[in-house]
Write a protein that binds this ligand. Structure first.
Ligand SMILES: Cc1ncc(COP(=O)(O)O)c(C=O)c1O
Length: 421
């Protein structure tokens, strides 16, 4: 089986770009490099990041304040450099995207604009397995509007005995109760189960019901192809430290549909980077927002934090999301086939490749996900992560994970939780 994995690596139409990343040593040191499956939590560091940061540091040292206009990548409009590649990544028009802040901050900025409860239409619909930050964010938005979160936030649950949501159930719910929904805010790929939602169908149904539709793309950006503009999504936000490999706490991305960026009646929280650059330094009190997602920017951008995002986007541009997704399906499919019949763990991610990205989540029978992850690392050099109590997540990230890594994970799991029952 190991030979087969090596052959799959050698024959793959998209050879691994592992050499462009810093792969950590295996915990315990006995296995050389780690088989790293935690890129859905924190992606690996591209080798190009250190040089790029050094350039920005040098420009700061050499130029100080003049760097705003004289740096080799002038800081005053540095965020412009990220616009086109970010737009290509999420299927947006360039003026619909901006790199700024962090994910939860962007979700709040978006809700300040697009969560406008009125009359009967006050509810926010999320998944029951939403990432906790999203649960906290929507509850606090309800409170901010003087509403009771317990009545305002609706959590979508799978059918009894099932782990993932069925699109038809989401659509039926929207059809039944849509006139009470002000905002639908779901994860494009669910962080826990790895389920890839039918964003086109759900966005259409949500908007037809009269709700605003936003997507948390933390686990989708850089993982699956997106067409936010064509899907008519109202807004989206994503972090860049997972599949986008831009480093811990890296600057996030944000999408606002064209129809809103041109609509002066949309309320916004504002700051000086949200005004037209041509008038910004007149230092006048009145704001002149541009007809672009830039109008949601507040502060001048953090250059040291944007530099790694730019390096990462250059990699995605070079490889292309289409080729990456095709490899991702091959890798995840291979791992899924190797994990199909483990004794003490069961894959809860959808089996249909169209309904998942680069993640397989396993439910472990003894509910000791933390212990299993520790043993995987210590005994086998395989890095996965635990979502307690009973889920272990593996992300075969196509940029740097190999079929051989998947083989190592499958062998390690078979050793620790038992082979076919
Ligand atoms: C789905 C999802 N939403 C929100 C967050 C919170 O992100 P941040 O801390 O960047 O705001 C995360 C973090 O992992 C996440 O996975």
């Amino acid at each position: 089986m190991e030979d087969e994995a090596r052959r799959l690596d050698a024959d793959d139409p998209l050879p691994t770009l592992r050499g462009e990343f810093l792969v950590p040593p295996a915990p315990g040191g006995a296995y050389g490099e780690a088989a790293y499956f935690a890129g859905n939590s924190l992606g690996l560091q591209p080798r190009g990041v250190a040089d790029r940061l050094r350039e920005e540091l040098d420009d700061w040292a050499r130029l100080a304040v003049e760097g705003h206009t004289q740096a080799r990548r002038p800081w005053v409009d540095y965020h412009e450099l990220l616009r086109d590649p970010a737009a290509r990544l999420v299927g947006a028009l360039p003026h619909e995207v901006v790199a700024m802040n962090t994910l939860t901050v962007n979700l709040h900025l978006m809700m300040a604009s697009f969560y406008r409860p009125e009359g009967r239409r006050t509810r926010i619909v999320i998944e029951d397995s939403a990432f906790p930050s999203d649960s906290y964010a929507v509850a606090s938005q309800a409170v901010h509007h003087g509403l009771d979160p317990a009545e305002t936030v609706v959590r979508l649950t799978p059918r009894p005995g099932e782990d993932t949501l069925r699109t038809e159930d989401v659509l039926a719910r929207l059809e039944r109760e849509g006139d009470t929904v002000a905002l639908l805010l779901l994860g494009g790929v669910n962080y826990l189960t790895g389920q890839l939602m039918d964003m086109a169908a759900i966005t259409k149904a949500g908007r037809a019901a009269g709700a605003a539709v936003g997507w948390d793309l933390a686990h989708a950006a850089g993982n699956v192809p997106l067409r936010l503009h064509d899907w008519d999504v109202d807004f989206a936000a994503w972090c860049t430290y997972k599949y986008l490999n831009s480093g811990p706490g890296a600057v996030a991305g944000c999408f606002v549909h064209e129809r809103h960026v041109r609509d002066a009646s949309v309320p916004r929280l504002a700051g000086w980077w949200g005004t037209e650059p041509s008038v910004r330094f007149r230092m006048e009190p009145g704001i002149s927002p541009p007809a672009s997602a830039d109008a949601w920017q507040l502060s001048n951008p953090p250059i040291m934090a944007l530099a790694p995002v730019l390096v990462s986007l250059e990699i995605f541009d070079r490889v292309g999301m289409g080729a990456l997704r095709a490899k991702s399906e091959r890798l995840t499919g291979y791992l899924a086939s190797r994990l199909a019949s483990l004794g003490g763990a069961q894959v809860i991610t959808p089996a249909d490749p169209a309904a998942r990205g680069a993640q397989l989540s396993l439910r472990v029978a003894d509910a000791d996900a933390g212990g299993l992850v520790r043993r995987l690392a210590e005994r086998h050099g395989v890095v996965a992560d635990a979502r307690k109590p009973d889920v272990v997540r593996f992300a075969p990230v196509p940029l740097y994970c190999t079929f051989h890594d998947c083989h190592r994970a499958a062998e390690a799991l078979s050793d620790l939780v038992g082979g076919p029952a």
